[in-house]
Design a protein around this ligand. Structure first.
Ligand code: DQA
Length: 149
């Protein structure tokens, strides 16, 4: 069976397309999922695409990914800047992790400049809009292939 990647989205990203479109754009999370599934498919990967407003649910999905996933793309949203618990969960995951932010967090408020998740991420993508997810999937596919070689 084709390897699976988890794409995990944090709080308020269910409102993508409606939420501050001048910052996050007009595409919905469903649009992002379609693109990610398409691009992952081109690389022979399956996708489990997830979103939650609850920290515990994100942690539980990371635990599930330990057994099920070859890599993780994660946009932890506001939990990026607050959650040691999500960092601890990611620290138990043995495969590549790519952190994505739709907006350029470094151009925004100072509290968005620090990410707990960056301490474990193989790479960080910020400020490329929802296209960042596609780049993340492509990079993950490259890293997964490199691991298998
Ligand atoms: C975000 C940036 C975070 O600072 C913010 O809390 C979000 C979305 C982004 O994708 O740009 O909810 O992760």
């Amino acid at each position: 069976m084709a390897p699976e990647i988890y794409i995990i989205n944090g709080p308020n990203l269910n409102l993508l397309g409606k939420r501050q479109p001048h910052i996050y754009g007009h595409e919905t999370l469903a649009d992002v999922e379609v693109e990610c599934v398409r691009v992952a498919g081109e690389h022979g990967l399956r996708v489990r695409f997830l979103q939650s407003n609850a920290e515990f649910e994100i942690i539980n999905w990371i635990h599930e990914a330990r057994e099920a996933a070859a890599g993780i793309v994660i946009n932890p949203a506001a939990f990026t800047h607050t959650s040691v618990a999500i960092l601890d969960a990611l620290n138990t995951f043995d495969h590549p992790i790519i952190e994505v932010h739709i907006s350029n967090v470094h151009k925004r408020e100072a509290f968005r400049h620090h990410s707990y998740v960056s301490a474990i991420a193989s790479g960080v993508i910020a400020g490329f809009g929802t296209q960042g997810y596609v780049f993340a999937v492509q990079r993950l596919a490259f890293l997964i292939k490199a691991q298998q070689a």
